[in-house]
Design a protein around this ligand. Structure first.
Ligand SMILES: [Zn+2]
Length: 492
């Protein structure tokens, strides 16, 4: 049992007096609302908690063995009681802890810093790190700094928030990289697979949906005119590869008929196709790739996606998003018969029906297009090109258009989930006037994805979910314990 004298009586007395005086003033003011009272007492609670947190943190630091946090060997050359200022949700305080040298790791380190979850060169406590990270995922840094002040009383400036979020994102990238390296060895593959949360036994289908969108970066910033003079156009838009992975039995419907997916994994990166492929493979393993009876890849017609699927998910069934296929037919109808004409409608109707109601409906559509090529007289060159293009499209993809069977199996026919994933990221990463850099966007994309994948606790152990039903340890206060902070008995 750690002996904590949480707060000295005189200190408590002073605190109570200040709080009471402030409350009196507020109560006498004519325009005081409950909100004023809440905000005032929040600030007072922080003042009260700061010395308590300081004492508890000092106790935690003091109980650490003087061993290297990495190799657990004894540390040498103790530098005692080194001070370090920490910024916490209650304010700043100074922590004292010992430093030592690990000859094995050739590193100078503090076991207390490691145990407390502190980062090198940064004053932020784990809760402050978490709040900075989370708010940075929601909106531009200037906005996040304002929100932090309003919601928590913490003062960040946008630049420090940016640095903080970047640091958290770098840690998220390291965690991701560790899993990618695991996937390189057979033992590692098994480890990743064992971590997959396949609580439900029995056969299941794993669904992988893939898409890409683009982000604007500040490449060659300030060199635009020079580049243009040299006849080059600066490339500022870059692909962000995106995927979502879920099990068919994790897809359900709300009472209002809206599709929901109870558990899903996300993969989002700006680091290129090769890196994306590795990340997607890891995420699929974590979501039960090796346990799945069937794997289904759904996407639009982009050829890189099907190359990736054939390369990494060889036995997977492939399906082109139905909505994209219909769009191809709408576009063709428009080119051949004019936009919105009765003739276009009449031509389209049976083709759309074939797609969804016939066993090899897409093949029937293809044959119709080929017949049309023979029959239609007097096509313009651009109409012919469009028709040939669509014949090519259906020739390439008709085997990926098994919509009748898909519906019979209760499988999705569209890539809506990955498209909505992309849209959610875009609300943060594609704001008006926003320019990113690869150094800035990738860490934040990694942090956002770690959060969505419900692995937040890997960065912030205090955020680990507690098993449902069992009470959180910190809530287990014995029934007869009395918290007599104000020294007065509670009124009944
Ligand atoms: Zn060591």
């Amino acid at each position: 049992m750690v002996n904590l004298s949480l707060i000295a009586n005189p200190q408590l007395h002073t605190w109570a007096q200040t709080a009471e005086a402030g409350l009196q003033t507020l109560l006498q003011a004519p325009d005081t609302t409950l909100g004023h009272l809440e905000e005032f007492l929040e600030a007072q609670a922080r003042r009260l908690m700061l010395p308590i947190l300081g004492a508890a943190a000092q106790a935690l630091a003091g109980r650490q063995a003087f061993l290297c946090p990495i190799c657990h060997r004894p540390l040498l050359g103790a530098a005692k009681n080194r001070r370090r200022t920490l910024d916490t949700v209650f304010g700043s305080f100074c922590l004292q802890r010992d430093y030592g040298w690990c000859p094995h790791c050739a590193e100078y380190c503090s076991p207390a810093d490691q145990a407390l979850g502190l980062q090198p060169q940064a004053a932020a406590s784990p809760r402050v790190q978490e709040i900075a990270g989370l708010l940075s995922l929601r909106g531009p840094y200037a906005q996040a700094a304002k929100d932090a002040k309003r919601l928590t009383g913490l003062s960040f400036n946008p630049a420090s928030l940016h640095r903080q979020a970047n640091r958290q994102g770098q840690r998220a990238i390291q965690l991701r990289q560790r899993d990618i390296e695991l996937a390189q060895t057979p033992q590692g593959l098994l480890q990743l697979s064992a971590r997959s949360a396949t609580s439900k036994r029995g056969p299941f289908t794993l669904i992988i949906e893939i898409d890409a969108w683009n982000i604007r970066e500040r490449d060659d910033w300030g060199k635009t005119k020079k580049l243009r003079r040299q006849g080059q156009q600066p490339e500022r838009w870059h692909w962000v590869f995106t995927a979502t992975v879920f099990r068919l039995d994790q897809r359900g419907q709300t009472q209002g008929g809206r599709r929901v997916i109870s558990e899903r994994g996300y993969v989002v990166t700006r680091q290129g196709l090769e890196a994306f492929t590795q990340m997607l493979y890891v995420e699929a393993l974590l979501r039960g790739l090796l346990q799945a009876d069937q794997v289904l890849v759904i996407a639009d017609g982009a050829i890189w996606i099907w190359n990736l699927a054939g390369d990494r998910f060889k036995d997977a069934k492939q399906r082109v998003d139905l909505f994209h296929v219909k769009e191809h037919l709408y576009e063709l109808a428009k080119t051949l018969y004019g936009e919105g004409t009765a003739q276009a409608q009449q031509w389209l109707k049976p083709l759309l029906r074939f797609l969804e109601s016939r066993k090899e409906g897409a093949l029937d559509v293809l044959h119709q297009l080929q017949d049309l090529r023979q029959q239609l007289q007097g096509l313009t060159t651009s109409q012919q090109e469009k028709l040939d293009q669509e014949i090519g499209y259906f020739t390439t993809h008709h085997k990926r258009m098994d919509y009748k069977q898909a519906k019979a199996n209760g499988e999705p026919v569209g890539s809506g989930p990955v498209e909505s994933t992309a849209r959610q990221y875009q609300t943060r990463f594609k704001c008006t006037g926003q320019f990113w850099t690869l150094q800035g966007d990738e860490p934040l994309l990694a942090l956002a994805t770690l959060y969505r994948n419900e692995r937040w606790h890997l960065l912030y152990p205090h955020a680990a979910p507690t098993p449902s039903g069992s009470q959180n340890a910190q809530n287990q206060i014995p029934k007869n314990a009395r918290l007599a902070l104000a020294g007065k008995p509670r009124q009944r």
